[in-house]
Design a protein around this ligand. Structure first.
Ligand SMILES: [Zn+2]
Ligand SMILES: [Zn+2]
Length: 331
C-alpha cells in the first residue's frame, strides 16, 4: 500500500468517514426555500416534527428531518445511524442536540428547532469536509493537528475543466495560493516538470473517485481536501464552475472554493464565522480575502510573512533546497 493511500485512510479514520457518506438526497427532491415561502401550511405532510414562529411560511416535515439527520451525519455532528446497512431514525433528543451543535457552529440561535434559517443552510452548497473534527480549540483558531514541516511547497493541477480554459484555471489557482502566501513565508508554487514530485495535487473528480468519499453531482458538496502531508485537493467535476463573480445559484466560483480547499491542504479546519474563508458553506463573495482569524490561524502554523511584497517573486526565485521551519515559527 502506497504512503499516499495510507495517509488518506488514516485521515478518513480521524474524520469519522471510514464508511462512505450516504448518497445525498440534498438538492435532488428537496424543495427550495422559495417553495417553502409560498407553501400553505395546511398541505404539509402529516408528520411535522418542528416549526418556528413563522409557521405560516415554514414547517419541516419528516422527510426534511431525515434529510437534515443525514446532513448532520455527513458533517461530523452525529455518528452514522445504520445497523447492518439499514439507516434508522435517531431519537428526537439526539437530533435536537446535534442540531444545536450545528446552530452553535454557524452562529445561529441554538434552539434545536429545525427552523427556516437552519434548514436553508443545510441545503446550501458547501465543503465536503466535516465541520466537527478533533478537539475544539480554546484559542478560537481552527488549526488541525497537521501541518507541513517545510515552507517551500509545490502543486500540480492534474486534470482540467471543459468550462474553464487551462490558462484561466492555472491563473486562478495561482491567485488562490497567493492569498495564503501574502500572510506567511510559504512558497506555494506550480511544478511544471511533469516528472517531479509535488506536495499538493489538485484533481477534478466525479462521483466515486477512489478515496471513499464520493461526490454527489451538481451542488451539495463542492470539493474536499486532505490535511498535510497527504496534499490532495479534489473538486467536484459536476459543478458549474465559473471564474469571476457570478450571482448566487448561477454557477460556483472556482476561486472561492479552491482558496478554501488550499486552507485545508495547509492544515486548517472549518470556522463557523461566515466572513472566514474557512466557513464551510458556500457564499457568493465579491472579493476573496482572509479574515483576521484566518490570518491568525495560518500564521500559528507557519509564522508571519517575511515580506508580503515579494509574493510574486517567491516562486520565480525558489531553489530546490527547501527552507526548514525554525523551531520558533512552529506553534
Ligand atoms: Zn472545508
Ligand atoms: Zn476525493
Amino acid at each position: 500500500m502506497g504512503v499516499r493511500k495510507l495517509c488518506v485512510i488514516i485521515l478518513l479514520f480521524f474524520l469519522n468517514t471510514c464508511t462512505p457518506f450516504p448518497a445525498s438526497r440534498l438538492h435532488r427532491g428537496a424543495r427550495s426555500i422559495n417553495d417553502w415561502m409560498g407553501k400553505d401550511s395546511t398541505t404539509t405532510g402529516s408528520s411535522t416534527v418542528a416549526m418556528n414562529s413563522r409557521e405560516e411560511t415554514f414547517e419541516a416535515n419528516e422527510d426534511d428531518r431525515l434529510q437534515v439527520q443525514e446532513y448532520l451525519e455527513r458533517n461530523g455532528y452525529l455518528p452514522i445511524a445504520q445497523v447492518f446497512g439499514t439507516r434508522y431514525r435517531i431519537s428526537d433528543d439526539n437530533f435536537r442536540n446535534a442540531l444545536q451543535s450545528f446552530q452553535r457552529f454557524v452562529h445561529l440561535p441554538d434552539t434545536g428547532v429545525l427552523d427556516e434559517e437552519t434548514f436553508r443552510l443545510t441545503v446550501s452548497k458547501r465543503c465536503g469536509v466535516p465541520d466537527l473534527v478533533g478537539p475544539a480549540q480554546p484559542s478560537g483558531l481552527y488549526t488541525s493537528w497537521a501541518q507541513w514541516h517545510k515552507l517551500d511547497l509545490t502543486y500540480r493541477i492534474v486534470s482540467h475543466l471543459e468550462t474553464i480554459a487551462e490558462g484561466a484555471l492555472r491563473a486562478t489557482v495561482r491567485s488562490a495560493m497567493e492569498i495564503w502566501m501574502e500572510v506567511t513565508p510559504l512558497s506555494l508554487c506550480e511544478e511544471l516538470d511533469p516528472e517531479a514530485d509535488v506536495d499538493i495535487i489538485i484533481r477534478h473528480e466525479r462521483g466515486e473517485h477512489g478515496d471513499g468519499v464520493a461526490f454527489d453531482g451538481l451542488d451539495g458538496a463542492l470539493g474536499h481536501a486532505f490535511l498535510p502531508a497527504t496534499g490532495e485537493i479534489h473538486l467536484d467535476l459536476d459543478e458549474q464552475w465559473t471564474v469571476g463573480r457570478v450571482p448566487e445559484n448561477n454557477g460556483t466560483d472556482y476561486m472561492s472554493v479552491v482558496s478554501h480547499q488550499i486552507g485545508h491542504a495547509l492544515g486548517l479546519l472549518h470556522s463557523g464565522v461566515e466572513g472566514s474563508i474557512m466557513f464551510p458553506i458556500y457564499t457568493d463573495k465579491e472579493n476573496i480575502n482572509l479574515s483576521y482569524q484566518d490570518v491568525l490561524s495560518i500564521q500559528s502554523l507557519y509564522g508571519n510573512a517575511d515580506d508580503s511584497a515579494d509574493v510574486q517573486h517567491r516562486c520565480r526565485d525558489r531553489t530546490t533546497t527547501s527552507k526548514t521551519l525554525t523551531s520558533a515559527s512552529v506553534s
